[in-house]
Design a binder for this molecule. Structure first.
Ligand code: BES
Ligand code: ZN
Length: 617
C-alpha cells in the first residue's frame, strides 16, 4: 500500500517531523562566557513515525557550528542545505539503511553556538544589576531554538529533556534540578548543573540562564531568582500573589502539573514582559514596580502552564490557542482573586490594545485574522495583541453564548483531552462541538455561531458589553482634560488619589486618543500635579512620555531617552522609539546607537526595522 505523506501542518520548520519525532533530548552544554558561546553536544532519540522507511533526517538549524554527527554511535555523513531565511538551513543526516515504523535511532550532534545566535543574549558584568559577573539567557519562542542546537523546531513535536550544563555561575533551566549530583565540582572552576524535564515539551520552551543569581521563597512551591542585590524587592513584589494565583487556576482547570512554579527576574534587556518557560517563568525587571501592580504578568505566565505548555498550538498560525486561552485564564485568575469587575477592567485594557493593533496593521490585513497564514513568513513579524485579545474575545464570546457554568465544565475537559499534545483550531472547534453533543441547547448555539468569521475574518470582532465600573471614573477625568483649556477644570492631586496604577494607565490611554492633542504646557502640568514623570511604575512612565511626545513637550525627550537606556522590553521600546522619532529623529537615532548593544538581538532587529526600515521592509 502506498504511504501518503501529509504536508507538515507547521510551515515554519524545515525538519521532516512527519517522518521522525524527537521523543527525548539530552542537551550537554558548557557555558563559555569568555567566548559568548555554548559548546557541547545534543542527543535526539528519534522515533520513526512513517512506514516509508525514511533514510534521511532533517533538523532545523540557524547559524550553528556543527562538528561530528553520530547515528547510533557511528559517525554519519551530513550536510547543511542552502539557507531559507528566516528559517535557517536544514541539517540533512543520511542513514545507511531505512528505518521502519516506530523504530528508534539515536542521533548525537556536536554543536557550538555562534555570534549570530538569535536565541541567546550575553551580557558583560557592566550590563548587569550588581556589575560583578557576566550573564547569559535564552529566549527561544518562536523559532530561535534552532540557533542553539539542531532540533525539530516546531511546537507540533514534544520531547522530554535532560540538561547537563556546566558553568562558572549558577544555572537555571526549564526542568527540575536533579539535586543529588548538582554542584559536582569539575577540574576547572566550573560546576555541573543537571535538570530533568519529565513532561514532554516543544523546542520553544527549552530555556537556560546563568549568572550571579540567588533565590528566595515566594510561596510553598515557588521561588524568585534574581541578582542578589535585587532579591528582597523581587520577593516582596511576588510573595503576596503567586500562590493565590496558582490556587485560583487549579480550581478552574486542574492541579499544577510541573512540580515547582518559579520566577526568574532577568536583567533589563529581557525583550518580553514574561516568557512561560516551564518550572521557571522568565520575566522583565519592569514588573518589579514596588506596588504589586504588574503581577498580572505572573498570572499570565502561570496560566501558560496549562495553555501553551501542556496544551500547545500545533503551529504559530494557531498562536491564539496559546495566547488567547492564556489571556482568558489570566483574567479568570484575576476575577477569582480581585473580583469580576477586575476581569472586565483588564478586558477593556485588552480591547484598546486590540483596536490599536488592528489600526496599526489595517482592518483588512491578514495578520488581523485569528488564524494566520505564515507560509514563508517570520512568526516574530506577525506578533501582536491580536492572537491575545481576539482570542480572549472569542473564548469570552463562547462563555457568554453557552453560559459560564457550561463553559466551566468544558475547560478541564479540553485541557485533559490535549494534555501533552499539540492541536490546531479545527480540532478546537471539533472538540467543543463534540463535548456538547448531548446538550441540544448548547449545541444549537454552537452550530449557529459564525465560526468562519471568528477564525478567518480580518479586523475587529463584535465588542462585548464589558462592566465599566472601574474605568468610568478615569474616562470622566480624561473628559475634563479634553475640555481644557476652554473649561474651568483645575487639575489637583486629589483627582488621582485612590486610583490604581492600572487606572492611571487607562486614563493616559484615553488622553492619547484625543483628536486634538493636549498642549505642551498642559502635558507638563499633568506630569507634575499627578506625579507621573517620576513614577516607578514603568507602564505609567511609558504612557506619560507618549503623551508628552505627542503634546510637543520637549522636557520629556531627555527622560524618554533615559528610559530607553534602562529597559529593553519591546512593549515599551518599540512605541517609544516610534514616537521619539516623530518628535526628534536625531535623538531617537542617537539613543539607539548608544544602546543597541544593550538590547537583545530580537529587540535590536525590530527597532532597526522601525527606525531604518531594514531587512527588506
Ligand atoms: N509567550 C509570550 C511571549 C512571547 C510571545 C515570546 C511570542 C516570543 C514570541 C508571553 O507569554 C507573553 O505573552 N508575554 C507578555 C505578557 C503578558 C501579560 C501579555 C509580554 O511579554 O508582554
Ligand atoms: Zn503569553
Amino acid at each position: 500500500m502506498a504511504t501518503v505523506i501529509h504536508p507538515a501542518r507547521d510551515p515554519n520548520t524545515l525538519s521532516n517531523y512527519n517522518n521522525w519525532v524527537s521523543t527525548h533530548i539530552v542537551a550537554n552544554f558548557d557555558i563559555i562566557f569568555e567566548q559568548k558561546k555554548l559548546v557541547g553536544n545534543v542527543i535526539h532519540k528519534l522515533k520513526s513515525v512513517t512506514d516509508a522507511e525514511s533514510t534521511e533526517i532533517l533538523l532545523d538549524t540557524s547559524h550553528v557550528d556543527i562538528g561530528d554527527v553520530q547515528v547510533n554511535g557511528q559517525s554519519s555523513p551530513w550536510e547543511l542545505l542552502p539557507p531559507l531565511e528566516p528559517y535557517g538551513a536544514a541539517l540533512r543526516i543520511k542513514l545507511n539503511q531505512g528505518v521502519g515504523l516506530n523504530e528508534m535511532v539515536e542521533v548525537n550532534i556536536s554543536v557550538k553556538t555562534t555570534e549570530r545566535c538569535t536565541a541567546l543574549q550575553w551580557l558583560t558584568p557592566a550590563q548587569t544589576s550588581n556589575k560583578k559577573h557576566p550573564y547569559m539567557f535564552s529566549q527561544c519562542q518562536a523559532i530561535h531554538a534552532r540557533s542553539i542546537f539542531p532540533c525539530q523546531d516546531t511546537p507540533d513535536v514534544k520531547s522530554t529533556i535532560d540538561f547537563n550544563i556546566t558553568s562558572s555561575l549558577p544555572v537555571i533551566a526549564s526542568g527540575l534540578p536533579v539535586r543529588d549530583t548538582t554542584k559536582a565540582t569539575l577540574d576547572t572552576e566550573k560546576v555541573l548543573y543537571k535538570f530533568h524535564q519529565k513532561l514532554p515539551i516543544p523546542s520553544y520552551l527549552f530555556a537556560l540562564a546563568s549568572g550571579d543569581i540567588s533565590e528566595a521563597a515566594i510561596g510553598p512551591r515557588s521561588v524568585v531568582a534574581t541578582s542578589p542585590d535585587k532579591l528582597n524587592e523581587c520577593q516582596w513584589e511576588l510573595e503576596a500573589d503567586t500562590e493565590k494565583f496558582i490556587h485560583a487556576i487549579e480550581g478552574i482547570v486542574y492541579p499544577y502539573a510541573w512540580g515547582e512554579y518559579n520566577v526568574l527576574i532577568l536583567p533589563p534587556s529581557f525583550p518580553y514582559g514574561g516568557m512561560e518557560n516551564p518550572i521557571f517563568t522568565f520575566a522583565t525587571p519592569s514588573i518589579i514596580s514596588k506596588d504589586r501592580e504588574n503581577v498580572d504578568v505572573i498570572a499570565h505566565e502561570l496560566a501558560h502552564s496549562w495553555s501553551g505548555n501542556l496544551v500547545t498550538n500545533a503551529s504559530w498560525e494557531h498562536f491564539w490557542l496559546n495566547e488567547g486561552w492564556t489571556t482568558y485564564l489570566e483574567r479568570r485568575i484575576l476575577a477569582a482573586v480581585h473580583g469580576e469587575a477586575y476581569r472586565h477592567f483588564s478586558a477593556i485594557i485588552g480591547w484598546k490594545a486590540l483596536a490599536d493593533s488592528v489600526e496599526h496593521f489595517g482592518h483588512d490585513h491578514p495578520f488581523t485574522k485569528l488564524v494566520t497564514d505564515l507560509k514563508g513568513k517570520d512568526p516574530d513579524d506577525a506578533f501582536s495583541s491580536i492572537p491575545y485579545e481576539k482570542g480572549f474575545n472569542f473564548l469570552f464570546h463562547l462563555e457568554t453564548l453557552i453560559g459560564k457554568d457550561k463553559f466551566d465544565q468544558f475547560i478541564p475537559h479540553y485541557f485533559t483531552k490535549f494534555k501533552g499534545k499539540s492541536l490546531d483550531s479545527y480540532e478546537f472547534k471539533a472538540t467543543i462541538i463534540d463535548f456538547f453533543q448531548s446538550d441540544p441547547e448548547a449545541l444549537k448555539l454552537l452550530n449557529g455561531l459564525d465560526w468562519d468569521a471568528w477564525l478567518y475574518a480580518p479586523g475587529l470582532p463584535p465588542k462585548p458589553n464589558f462592566d465599566t465600573s472601574l474605568v468610568d471614573v478615569v474616562y470622566e477625568l480624561s473628559r475634563k482634560w479634553q475640555s481644557l483649556p476652554e473649561s474651568t477644570f483645575e487639575p489637583h492631586p486629589s483627582d488621582v488619589q485612590g486610583l490604581t496604577a492600572n487606572q492611571i494607565v487607562v486614563f493616559l490611554e484615553q488622553v492619547l486618543l484625543f483628536e486634538r492633542p493636549i498642549t505642551a504646557e498642559l502635558s507638563r502640568l499633568m506630569g507634575e500635579v499627578y506625579g507621573l514623570a517620576k513614577s516607578e511604575n514603568i507602564e505609567v512612565a511609558n504612557l506619560y512620555f507618549q503623551v508628552g511626545l505627542r503634546a510637543g513637550d520637549v522636557t520629556v525627550h531627555g527622560p524618554t531617552a533615559d528610559l530607553l537606556s534602562r529597559i529593553g522590553r519591546m512593549k515599551f521600546v518599540r512605541p517609544l522609539y516610534r514616537n521619539l522619532q516623530k518628535a526628534n529623529r536625531s535623538l531617537a537615532v542617537e539613543t539607539f546607537e548608544i544602546n543597541k548593544e544593550f538590547y537583545h538581538p530580537i529587540c535590536r532587529a525590530m527597532v532597526e526595522k522601525d527606525l531604518f526600515g531594514k531587512k527588506g521592509e
